[in-house]
Design a binder for this molecule. Sequence first.
Ligand SMILES: Cc1cc2nc3c(=O)[nH]c(=O)nc-3n(C[C@H](O)[C@H](O)[C@H](O)COP(=O)(O)OP(=O)(O)OC[C@H]3O[C@@H](n4cnc5c(N)ncnc54)[C@H](O)[C@@H]3O)c2cc1C
Length: 497
Amino acid sequence: MSLAMPQPDAAVLAKRAEIAADLRTIVPGEGVVEAPNEMRVFETDGLTAYRQLPLVVVLPETTQQVSRILRYCNERNIRVVPRGSGTSLSGGALPLADAVLLVMSRFNRILDIDYVNRCVIAQPGVTNLGISQAVEEERFYYAPDPSSQIACSIGGNVAENSGGVHCLKYGLTANNVLGVEMVLITGEVIRLGGKHLDSEGYDLLGVMTGSEGLLGVVTEVTVRILQRPEAARALLLGFPSSEQAGQCVAEIIGAGIIPGGMEMMDEPAIHAAEDFVQAGYPLDVEALLIVELDGPGPEIEHLIGQVEAIATDNGSTTCRISQSEEERLAFWAGRKAAFPAVGRISPDYYCMDGTIPRKELPRVLAGMREMSERYGLRVANVFHAGDGNLHPLILYDANIPGELAKAESFGNDILRLCVEVGGVLTGEHGVGVEKRDLMPVMFSQVDLDQQMRVKCAFDPNHLLNPGKVFPQLRRCAELGRMHIHAGKMPFPDIPRF
Ligand SMILES: Cc1cc2nc3c(=O)[nH]c(=O)nc-3n(C[C@H](O)[C@H](O)[C@H](O)COP(=O)(O)OP(=O)(O)OC[C@H]3O[C@@H](n4cnc5c(N)ncnc54)[C@H](O)[C@@H]3O)c2cc1C
């Protein structure tokens, strides 16, 4: 692993067998995994470039077990990495050699379906799609829909504040989570929010959402569910240039239309997707928009007319409107298969995630083209156009020495450009280890210190998921006053990296 991570604690490594035996008294049976070959499946997450076997894996089933595990680790200064389904694309669930990997997949039950209050209470290991499936008979669903929804857990969604195609209209996880039960590193159990719409006091639920496993372990989630829209239709719009497609997106939003989803693909992504699933995409365009409108039938009819007119004004050369549910799904099939489609034209690809103000799209796409030539690596773009959330896919071959490093530098330059044009480092995949060292590009030291103070309020000994999100580990006591005098490092016992 080339990534700088906190030095493993030799004393903890030496006690591995003892720690596993102690954890077995808390989670009996098959709930503790310590054989290296059995832990291999947990050594990485969706950011597969980085791998590390954990100290030991524990799979609790109850909140009480989570509480006892965290209390045990806290009292013995043992680090803990929480994990849901392990689909993080930013390395958030990457294990540490001296840390217990706390896997939440056995928390897989729906606890309550409450149609009157329009919410579901689920354990954190339930998959995102599992929630929608649990309420589909009554024509309800859970709106945030990451492409990984068949596998990713709702606990992981809360930790990453995950998004998806439909978040433009219905909001990210943060806008759809009503409450959580969580366990602090001390083992104490707290509840934030609930079935009610707003909670008193500071918005700690907001702090927790997107906290990437650094503040506590979520053991129960209450989410809002919505009634399925009466109908949905999609438009497939092709443009000779991405500038025109970008302008069309801006004008649709500017006209007060909020589509259920508005996605854009550039030429390499269109060709890869069409070759893969034959969705019927036009191959003579440089940019393709899929605009989905949902709601009551007459409203959709009216909005289709408006979107079509805006697209024509912006020079669209293709405009197809889905005439059936099959056709609507066919329009989406290419977009949904875009990542595996790109996987067919390159041995490896690196999926980036940054967000920009919508109007900067042409500038950022031009910047990426220039970088692509400079690095000698191809890039395909698939993105949530309405949100300005980009997912450039950098194509490389890990078997060619140095290409992964080149792809990573290319990705870093893209994210720097996102920040330069007024955007942010991540839209939905989180910071994890992937963007950790770029945090100072986005935040001043004062900003980072203030965020670290929040972390310290929850986890003063930095035991929860260390090495993620923050570019440096600093003891809570030294925040804001890190002076090196006469070559002497203050707090020399802090593991730095
Ligand atoms: C093919 C593919 C497509 C994807 N598409 C999307 C997309 O469209 N939109 C999107 O937003 N993301 C997407 N992702 C990224 C990923 O699926 C999400 O970040 C997801 O929310 C991670 O959930 P998980 O259960 O796999 O969490 P993990 O990967 O296991 O963990 C992610 C983070 O959450 C923390 N965590 C997990 N569970 C808990 C818990 N119970 N308590 C506290 N912390 C916890 C971990 O410590 C880690 O920091 C995609 C990933 C893949 C592989």
